[in-house]
Design a protein around this ligand. Structure first.
Ligand code: ZN
Length: 434
């Protein structure tokens, strides 16, 4: 879809509007949020005036997911950041917590409406057009991605939902209904190439000309993306959401040079150094953890929420006309390892290894030997060979050297036979601790 008029406004104008929304949002939080009233008071901020505007946002404390969880009670399972009354809520989503208990994400009617606008922009950036047919593996179940379904309607698409975990049904839908596009996790998109081949199908011959990947990092990595584009014979663009903030906030356009903020006007994005928590300017090439603030949220707005996503920023003008900084996600800060002071993302390891295709399958497993972030070199990495490839000491050595040159990390590369690393129909696990 061509950008909406609001998406091509000068970024400075957007920020001026956002500053106004932010001040109103702060007033709302002081009035309605027990969580933020207390948190901001503890930081010496007793009123919205003390907090200032967006230029001063880095003075405010960050919000961690576990802080929110700690305030959940049987009476209020959402947490003390809940601002709306029960009657104001129209939907309550859950995010799949790693701890076992889900986090609840409530929405007012306006919140839901804004989510749909933002999601529609982020998917629309891909170039998909009204009247086209799209097949997705999203469930309309408890997870926030369900809200993206309404975005497809808003875009005027004909949506074929096949749900998760049913490869046969998905491949049949592609064959019978001839969709123009597919929405998948990048892991699943990779899995389907192999899975289709096993059934004697070649996805390059299918009707799908666009693959929109979301749900995990990796879809923006050039070598991995090239592998997906080759296998599908389609253009691959990525989109990204953050469960607690919104289902699809960022989306890449056909220039394929990072994701635009589809949620512009609804959220404010910052970067921090994940270790020191110091702010990082959104300059071209800057990298850091993404921190997001709701600007116009009502049910349970979040302020300076740590997403744990490590991103790199692009600020050069984009040929599509959309303004504002773009991002590419490098990985989860939770997955990050530090080897002799150097940050290593497992997805970056996969990216370097993928460049050795067709001799490797593209599946890797990083195997840290000790608990915690800091690891002693060499870092063990299992690299799966391509289907017909045989073990080759020279190949392992070349991969080891490339990892050292590109990521500045010493590794011990072990080549493993085709099919020995686990495939995922949803998100890939790239790390296995000893
Ligand atoms: Zn663009």
């Amino acid at each position: 879809m061509p950008p909406e008029p609001g998406e091509t406004r000068p970024w400075a104008e957007q920020l001026a509007d956002d500053d106004e929304s932010y001040r109103v949002q702060l007033g709302y939080l002081f009035e309605r949020s027990p969580f933020y009233r207390e948190k901001l008071a503890a930081a010496g901020l007793a009123s919205p005036k003390d907090a200032g505007g967006l230029d001063d946002i880095a003075r405010l404390p960050l919000t961690e997911k576990r802080e929110l969880k700690a305030t959940c009670t049987p009476e209020n399972p959402v947490g003390a950041h809940l601002c709306a009354t029960a009657a104001e809520l129209v939907r309550i989503y859950s995010t799949s917590g790693t701890t076992g208990t889900p986090s609840y994400v409530p929405l007012t009617a306006d919140d839901l409406h804004n989510w749909v606008i933002a999601s529609a922009r982020s998917y629309g950036a891909s170039g998909i057009a009204a009247g086209q047919r799209i097949v997705t593996t999203y469930n309309a179940g408890p997870f926030v991605a369900g809200a993206a379904l309404a975005a497809f309607e808003r875009l005027g698409l004909s949506h074929v939902p096949v749900g998760t975990g049913n490869t046969e049904r998905l491949l049949l839908a592609i064959e019978h209904l001839r969709p123009d596009a597919a929405v998948l996790t990048p892991s699943y998109a990779a899995y389907l190439i192999e899975s289709a081949a096993d059934r004697g199908l070649d996805l390059r011959g299918s009707s799908v000309t666009r693959v929109l990947v979301a749900g995990e990092p990796g879809g923006g990595e050039p070598a991995f993306r090239a592998q997906l584009e080759q296998g599908w014979g389609a253009t691959v663009t990525e989109a990204m959401g953050i469960g607690d903030i919104g289902p699809s906030l960022w989306g890449e356009c056909e220039a394929q040079d990072g994701m635009h903020l589809g949620a512009r006007g609804f959220i404010h994005a910052e970067l921090i150094d994940p270790e020191s928590e110091a702010p990082v300017e959104l300059d071209d090439g800057a990298a850091g953890e993404l921190v997001l603030t709701h600007l116009r949220h009502r049910a349970a707005p979040l302020l300076r929420f740590r997403t744990r996503d490590h991103v790199v920023v692009r600020t050069s003008p984009c040929s599509c006309g959309r303004t504002g900084p773009r991002i590419r996600c490098l990985g989860r800060t939770d997955d990050m390892l530090i080897v002799r002071g150097v940050n290593v993302f497992p997805s970056a390891v996969r990216e370097v290894v993928s460049a050795f295709a067709p001799r490797v399958s593209g599946h890797v497993l990083v195997r840290p030997q000790t608990a915690g972030v800091k690891q002693e070199p060499p870092l063990p990495v299992s690299v799966e060979l391509a289907q017909d490839a045989t073990d080759d000491a020279a190949l392992a050595e070349s991969i080891r050297e490339r990892l050292r040159d590109v990521l500045v990390v010493q590794t011990r590369v072990e080549l493993v036979p085709w099919g020995s690393l686990q495939r995922s129909e949803y998100k890939s696990r790239l790390v296995e601790r000893a």
